[in-house]
Design a protein around this ligand. Structure first.
Ligand code: ZN
Length: 633
């Protein structure tokens, strides 16, 4: 009875693990096929189920029923929770399951002890399973000691490294791991999970209470459960207000009131509000999030699209913003985004918020918004932020015109210098590497500077995750590039573009209206000012500087390779650390397919790393896994 909720409700089998379907499928598949990797790396944010999954997996590996499961997965489940091995696991007394917290055992000696013990055969199970939690905390020397056993792992040993920070794991270890990434758990499954627990624990909650907990804990099941517990003890019934006061956040009503004062009153009222509600005692980042979210919701409402946030206050919000010009709302958003970096760095966060609120009170001349000053790190990033959200309409029209001019002037030049790139893309197909082809075909040829030998290709910002990977795989594709551009070519990828889906929509307009909705689509459908068109205007400008034309309609090849199905939730939304969706939506559903699917065969061990990357960066399901798993479910 004294167990806290998170411990009490820790999953004992695969079926009760929330929100990690694909990872669970891969592990079950591994059990079913009897293919085990010597080292697994479970990566993902805190509280999303890594350790729990590792324990369940370890129990399954040693469960007496595993052979039955492999013969008939429909009839039997592993772990069975009943055999001697499963019971020992449940009691935390399994002799072959060794759990180590690297945060407190960082030294070489700890690792040496493991390495020595690993040479002994398992006592009661098939394999000795070592779970090393917080693996990124191991010292470098410890990693090196560990490497020895990874080079020639005994067949009877299985390591599971769990980490929130896979980048801190040294490459030589990393390359020997099979990496599974755990996503932040999305809202719906987590809500269902919390409701189930509340029902069974007789915890009362008001509408909106659990939702607020979910938003505040950003996909961590453990944090959400802990907060349910806190809220339960602080107020008896879990309400939105109880959650807000636990978090030190403005309630939605308070936030709307503050926004109203900014829009329709003045500095005096705003300052009085801050004082009366003691906003400076709240979490500054929470206040900041509330403001950005509110301005974003206001823009959505102003454009006639219902936003996710402030669902219950739609009418009120609508009334607030209808008399406010779109330009002013965009200017407000710009003020926030221009100062985001500063906000993150400054120690006087509340003072900055105060200052900006005062600035937002002033009526802003729409002409002032044209500057699109440097928001995040690079000018182009700033440009795409502004293009997706806050740039004035007049300017966009100009941008569009420029694009037209450019096209007609230089289209011949451009097609000539472009040709080798297209040949390169065609050649790439021969490598039969779906991921490689997919990435390169998403690039937009910008320019080839023959004198310097620099080949500029623009990729969308999301693809920056593949930068290292492109570098690592250079051996395979670079020869093809040399064939087209000569031996001195230097490949200069720019990861500054907007998501391809968004860009495509600007070029093809309404014909794509049937696609998955994204922020960009929502805007282009409803906004007569063609918000997104400016995206290509940005690309246009950089092209102009390089004296090359820019093709009006870039090639657009779908991201999806060997994938079936589409998940609506985006794990990236959670990665922004913001409540709800990121300010500019990323849609990776890049239009109609031009090629048939090429499934990755994940039964072949060498494909697993690639599968992992796909899982991580493209939500969806591997069709190959689905086929194999049909027999399981
Ligand atoms: Zn069992």
């Amino acid at each position: 009875m004294n167990l806290n909720l998170a411990r009490k409700w820790r999953s004992k089998n695969f079926d009760t693990i929330v929100g990690q379907e694909l990872t669970i499928k891969m592990l079950k598949n591994s059990l079913y096929l009897g293919h085990f990797f010597p080292v697994y790396l479970f990566s993902g944010q805190r509280g999303c189920g890594k350790t729990t999954t590792a324990r369940v997996f370890a129990a399954a590996v040693n469960c007496a029923l595993l052979p039955e499961f492999q013969k008939n997965p429909k009839q039997h489940a592993v772990p069975c929770l009943q055999c001697a091995s499963c019971v020992a696991m449940a009691q935390g007394q399994h002799p072959d399951f060794i759990e180590m917290d690297a945060a407190s055992h960082t030294g070489v000696d700890d690792v040496r002890a493991i390495v020595e013990a690993a040479a002994l055969l398992p006592v009661m199970g098939r394999k000795k399973v070592y779970l090393i939690d917080e693996a990124h905390m191991l010292s470098k020397a410890a990693f090196n000691a560990f490497l020895k056993i990874l080079e020639e792992p005994p067949r009877s040993v299985l390591f599971i490294l769990a980490t929130t920070d896979p980048h801190k794991i040294i490459d030589t270890v990393m390359s020997r791991c099979f990496q599974l990434s755990f996503k932040a758990v999305s809202e719906q499954p987590l809500l269902a999970h919390l409701q189930e627990i509340c029902a069974s624990e007789q915890i009362r909650y008001a509408p909106g209470g659990l939702e607020h907990i979910i938003q505040a804990t950003e996909g961590s099941v453990r944090d959400a459960l802990n907060m349910v517990e806190q809220a339960r003890f602080s107020g008896g019934i879990i309400t939105a207000e109880a959650v807000h006061s636990l978090l030190g956040q403005l309630t939605d009503e308070q936030a709307l009131r503050l926004f109203e004062l900014v829009l329709h009153k003045g500095p005096r009222e705003v300052l009085s509000f801050l004082q009366a509600h003691r906003v400076s005692s709240f979490s500054a980042s929470a206040v900041w999030r509330t403001l950005t979210e509110l301005v974003r919701a206001a823009l959505w409402v102003r454009h006639g699209v219902a936003p996710q946030a402030y669902k219950d206050f739609q009418a009120q919000l609508q009334q607030l913003v209808m008399s406010v010009s779109v330009e002013r709302l965009r200017a407000l958003a710009e003020i926030l985004y221009e100062h985001e970096q500063l906000f993150l760095r400054t120690t006087a966060q509340h003072e900055l918020i105060e200052l900006l609120l005062l600035r937002m009170c002033k009526q802003i001349n729409p002409d002032d918004t044209s500057g699109a000053a440097g928001v995040p790190s690079s000018p182009s990033a700033a440009a795409s932020v502004s293009s997706a959200s806050v740039v004035g309409s007049q300017e966009e029209e100009t941008g569009e015109q420029e694009e037209d001019d450019e096209d007609s002037d230089e289209i011949i030049d451009d097609s000539q210098s472009r040709a080798p790139w297209d040949i390169f893309l065609a050649d790439l197909e021969q490598l039969k590497d779906p991921l490689l082809s997919s990435i390169f075909t998403q690039g937009t040829f910008v320019a080839y500077h023959a004198d310097a030998g620099t080949l500029e290709v623009q990729f969308s910002k999301e693809l920056i995750f593949f930068k290292d990977w492109l570098e690592d795989t250079k051996k395979s594709w670079r020869p093809l590039l040399l064939k087209q551009f000569g031996p001195s070519v230097s490949f200069a990828p720019l990861f500054t573009g907007v998501s391809r889906a968004a860009e495509k929509k600007t070029h093809t307009g309404a014909s794509n209206a049937s696609q998955e909705p994204s922020l960009a689509l929502a805007f282009s459908k409803t906004d007569q000012e063609k918000l997104v068109v400016h995206d290509s205007g940005v690309a246009q400008q950089s092209v102009k500087n390089s004296s090359m034309g820019f093709p009006g309609a870039p090639k657009n090849v779908p991201v999806k390779v060997g994938w079936a199905g589409q998940k609506s939730g985006s794990s990236w939304a959670n990665n922004t650390g913001q409540r709800g969706q990121p300010y500019y939506a990323h849609s990776r559903n890049a239009g109609p397919r031009q090629k048939p699917e090429r499934p990755l065969d994940v039964a072949d061990a060498s494909s697993w790393r690639k599968a992992t990357m796909l899982v991580q960066y493209f939500p969806g399901t591997l069709s190959e896994i689905e086929e194999k798993m049909e027999s399981l479910s």
